[in-house]
Design a protein around this ligand. Structure first.
Ligand SMILES: NC(=O)c1ccc[n+]([C@@H]2O[C@H](COP(=O)([O-])OP(=O)(O)OC[C@H]3O[C@@H](n4cnc5c(N)ncnc54)[C@H](OP(=O)(O)O)[C@@H]3O)[C@@H](O)[C@H]2O)c1
Length: 232
């Protein structure tokens, strides 16, 4: 199974949390652009449903990003050129940092930061070896110091601030290897996480897919909102 990017080269993409919301829309968009897409979800049936819904050249992958064994097994089986770290949780909306439930903070960090970190550690070396790769970390406007980190969901915000920091460090590490690592703020998107948002997942997914298929002279280590680099 192969797909092509703007240069016509075959690419394989992996989207975490592809069973619903933004992840399913990104998987669908990348498949529609002709890429092979590994649709990852926490369990096999959900991944299989996602692969069927995304259609095109897709395959299912059972991948809980908090499970080191599952991540290792996935990396042993698949070479991935494009990694979209989309899986995320928003567990502590309506809380305040001074009274935050630290168990919810820990679980937020476990998925949003460490899950992304773990999956990236597993697939990045292959990208570097092959001299081409794109990593997109789906972050949040909540993570921006430039606009004031959102205080109403402290575990979520801290996890996404740290995700942006991770993005910057990884970008420094891979400089000159042909791999680009960036974070993106999708804005508010109508999914289970934000059911009242105006923007559809399909619209936001187009920008994430663009970030996942940047040309070789594209930015690395930046925070994107649509196609614009923003402060964080
Ligand atoms: N919606 C927004 O307005 C918005 C704004 C800014 C950023 N984001 C970010 O966009 C990303 C996608 O969010 P969404 O809006 O699409 O939310 P969503 O509908 O709640 O989807 C979250 C996805 O993450 C998956 N997930 C959670 N924990 C996981 C784990 N341990 N391993 C693998 N997958 C896991 C979920 O799988 P299950 O179905 O198994 O739970 C689900 O597929 C998140 O990183 C979120 O922080 C969203």
């Amino acid at each position: 199974m192969t797909g092509t990017d703007v240069t016509g080269t075959a690419r394989t993409a992996l989207v975490t949390g592809a069973n619903r919301g933004l992840g399913l829309a990104v998987a669908t968009e990348l498949a529609a652009r002709g890429h092979r897409v590994l649709c990852a979800a926490r369990d096999e049936p959900a991944a299989a449903r996602a692969a069927a819904r995304a259609s095109g050249d897709t395959a299912a992958l059972a991948l809980d990003v908090t499970d080191p064994g599952a991540v290792r097994a996935a990396a042993a089986e698949h070479a991935v050129d494009i990694l979209v770290n989309n899986a995320g949780v928003l567990l502590d909306q309506g809380s305040a940092p001074s009274v935050a439930d630290l168990e919810l903070v820990r679980r937020s960090l476990d998925v949003n930061l460490l899950g992304t970190w773990r999956v990236t550690q597993a697939f990045l070396p292959g990208m570097v070896d092959r001299g081409w790769g794109r990593v997109v970390n789906v972050s949040s406007g909540a993570a921006s110091f430039a606009y004031g980190p959102a205080p109403g969901c402290p575990g979520y915000t801290a996890s996404k601030v740290a995700l942006n920091a991770l993005t910057t460090m990884l970008a420094q590490e891979v400089k000159g290897t042909g791999v680009l690592v960036n974070a993106i703020n999708p804005g508010l998107v109508r999914t289970r996480m934000q059911p009242l948002a105006e923007q559809t997942a399909e619209e936001a997914a187009r920008h994430i897919a663009d970030a996942a298929t940047l040309p070789d002279d594209g930015p690395c280590g930046v925070f994107l909102r649509r196609d614009t680099v923003i402060e964080w």
